[in-house]
Design a protein around this ligand. Structure first.
Ligand code: DP6
Length: 312
């Protein structure tokens, strides 16, 4: 089973329920086509076996613990064990989280193994229990995660948009692989609980989602890029206003941002987004690929709509 990674254009930042990963706001992402996670799952009478990128993992490793904790939710009996083999096609150095595609692929694999025959909407709810952003990874293309309002989360699920953008390109700029000081889970909590700016966030995301959807429908790339960049900067700003302050950027992240702004001032239509880490993701169109490659050596380019791209 395969699920693509996704990058949020309007971010999920803050939960109303930490157990069920229920968000305070809706969010909107674009999936990364062929970049994601392949997972196969079978029953194993001997105990849980977790294999990541062809390496069997010790049970106490972070990945194995989070996978087995998720599988605990679905064991028909305490003696049911799994053999989980998972492989990421997201380049590990690219700074794109593989947890979203990982939990989405695992939800699809569970559905297949137990023959639940669930639809994508329900699978997005199951994926969300592993990691919030995973609920968006059960679909390709542009995906909105509706925050929902029910306490049990049954209305908090993802929905794909029908619109595509074949010439949209994402450029992954790898700044650092050093582990972060703080994971997104605790950073979200800390922001929500202590940042004086947090109260402005729900209104900002709601407006940005409307603007980005409209820009997608009209093919207005300038507005699309501007709103996505502004949304990411707002998320980082409210995190910075938390206490203790949360700053995901490294000096190189800021240098890349300045280079993007300089390129834009020079007429290149390139924008960026950033998640809970120092790496920068460029947003641009296929026609500007050569200029982007020249301005950002080493950038890793991906097409979110590969199958639908026109030939040539
Ligand atoms: C900045 O989905 O990783 O990437 O629900 O706690 O697992 P948990 O958080 P996670 O957070 C993603 C945060 C983000 C924004 C986004 O993807 O919308």
């Amino acid at each position: 089973m395969f699920a693509p990674a996704n990058i949020a254009l309007c971010k999920y930042w803050g939960k109303r329920d930490e157990e069920l990963n229920l968000p305070l706001t809706s969010s909107l992402s674009v999936s990364l086509g062929a970049l994601g996670t392949h997972t196969t799952l079978s029953l194993d009478p001997a105990g849980d076996t977790i294999i990541l990128n062809d390496h069997p993992l010790p049970a106490q490793s972070r990945f194995a613990l989070s996978a087995t904790r998720y599988l605990d939710l679905f064991r028909p009996t305490p003696q049911t064990f799994f053999r989980l083999r998972t492989r990421n096609t997201v380049p590990t150095a690219a700074g794109v989280a593989s947890s979203a595609s990982g939990f989405a692929a695992l939800a699809l694999a569970l559905n297949d193994l137990f023959e639940w025959d669930l639809g994508r909407r329900d699978l997005s709810i199951l994926a969300r229990l592993g990691s919030g952003s995973a609920c968006r990874s059960v679909y390709d293309g542009f995906v909105e995660w509706h925050a929902g309002s029910e306490a049990n989360g049954m209305d908090s699920c993802a929905e794909p948009m029908t619109e595509t953008w074949p010439d949209l390109r994402l450029g992954l700029i790898h700044v650092s692989t050093t582990p972060k000081d703080i994971g997104s889970r605790s950073a979200m909590r800390q922001t929500r609980e202590t940042s004086a700016l947090y109260e402005s966030w729900p209104r900002k995301v709601a407006q940005d989602i409307d603007l980005v959807k409209d820009a997608i429908r009209c093919g207005d790339f300038e507005r699309f890029g501007r709103v996505a960049e502004s949304n990411a900067l707002a998320m980082h700003a409210i995190a910075l206003a938390a206490w203790p302050p949360i700053l995901f950027w490294l000096p190189e992240s800021v240098a890349v941002m300045r280079r993007i702004w300089a390129q834009r001032a020079g007429g290149l239509e390139v924008y960026f987004t950033m998640d809970a880490g120092p790496n920068v993701k460029l947003l641009f169109r296929a026609k500007d690929t050569a200029r982007v490659e020249a301005a950002f050596p080493g950038v890793e380019i991906t097409a979110p709509f590969p199958d639908r791209a026109p030939p040539g």
